[in-house]
Design a binder for this molecule. Structure first.
Ligand code: 13P
Length: 301
């Protein structure tokens, strides 16, 4: 592994490449990354970074977003079939249908969506800025796609808005049930429970804190609680194991492992750099419209 790490470092230098890793990536990928963070942070970095190649440890919509923001760079997704089932629940055609049904209502798309869906949307959002983005829009009615649970969370925070929701959800976060929280409260009455807004409303309602992956990490790092139970993907534990080794940190559910996020290994990063694989391409007209939705989000947050 140490040898592979050295070879990745060398290839990175030779090719003027930078490695991005989402907080859900395996420890071995986060270890070789130049930037690790949540979807919002990684989009901001992609818009401003100086390099020839971005190797994206994540899933397709994340690499696509980086390509849209940095069209002159080569963006590589090391595992071709690392996708997001939530993003796949909706197409650009579905968004057009919603716009016809609700004329005049602006469309907000969660960043977990394809370039085609972003191109049909007025503005994009991530879990860390969704409330800010939706409240920045004029009028009452807003179409929000594709995550129904995040949409429900925003609607509850912004009672003046009427959100038209799409019925998509992350099947990993949906595994956590309110009964898991009740059980944990009984076993660890002193524990703090923190969850991602992709969890179902009954879970979000019972949590002590709700936030994006990076917000969850920051909450745990600054919390006085010694026992913290987390309702998001296991990858967030990578940083916390080293930054807060004294704390007892558990997952709310043993199934909080995203198989798509776990496809990328150090070996795939090395192969990506060596063979220039797999290059992300986004149709120019689609990319231009999608870029408008993403940069509008970056302007709001
Ligand atoms: P974050 O924006 O919190 O990183 O979440 C992205 C994601 O895909 C959650 O499942």
């Amino acid at each position: 592994m140490a040898e592979l790490k050295r070879e990745i470092e060398q290839l990175k230098r030779e090719r003027n490449a930078l490695i991005f890793a989402h907080n859900y990536q395996l420890d071995e990928v986060q270890e070789v990354a130049d930037y690790v963070g949540d979807s919002f942070y990684l989009s901001k970095v992609a818009a401003s970074v100086d390099c020839d190649i971005i190797v994206f440890g994540g899933v397709r919509f994340m690499a696509e977003t980086a390509k849209i923001l940095s069209p002159d760079k080569i963006v590589l997704l090391p595992e071709l079939d690392a996708g997001c089932p939530l993003a796949d629940t909706i197409t650009g055609g579905d968004v057009r249908m919603l716009k016809q049904r609700h004329p005049g209502a602006p469309v907000v798309c969660y960043i977990n969506s394809s370039a085609e869906v972003k191109a049909e949307s007025d503005i994009c959002c991530t879990s860390s800025n969704a409330i800010k983005v939706v409240s920045s829009l004029p009028g009452r009615k807003v179409i929000f796609v594709p995550d129904e649970n995040l949409g429900d969370y925003i609607a509850k925070q912004l009672p003046d808005k009427e959100l038209i929701l799409w019925k998509g959800c992350c099947n990993i976060h949906a595994k956590v049930k309110p009964s898991d929280i009740q059980q944990v409260r009984e076993n660890y009455p002193e524990a703090k429970i923190v969850v991602h807004p992709e969890c179902v409303p009954g879970v979000v309602k019972l949590a002590d804190f709700v936030g994006s992956t990076s917000e969850i990490i920051r909450y745990v790092e600054s919390s006085d609680a010694n026992v913290i139970i987390i309702g998001t993907e296991v990858g967030v534990l990578c940083k916390l194991r080293t930054s807060r080794p004294e704390k007892q940190i558990f997952l709310l559910h043993s199934g909080l492992v995203c198989p798509n996020m776990k496809k990328t290994k150090q070996q795939s990063i090395y192969d990506a750099l060596l063979n220039n694989q797999y290059q992300i391409h986004v149709d120019e007209a689609v990319a231009e419209k999608a870029k408008h939705a993403i940069t509008r989000m970056l302007g709001v947050s």
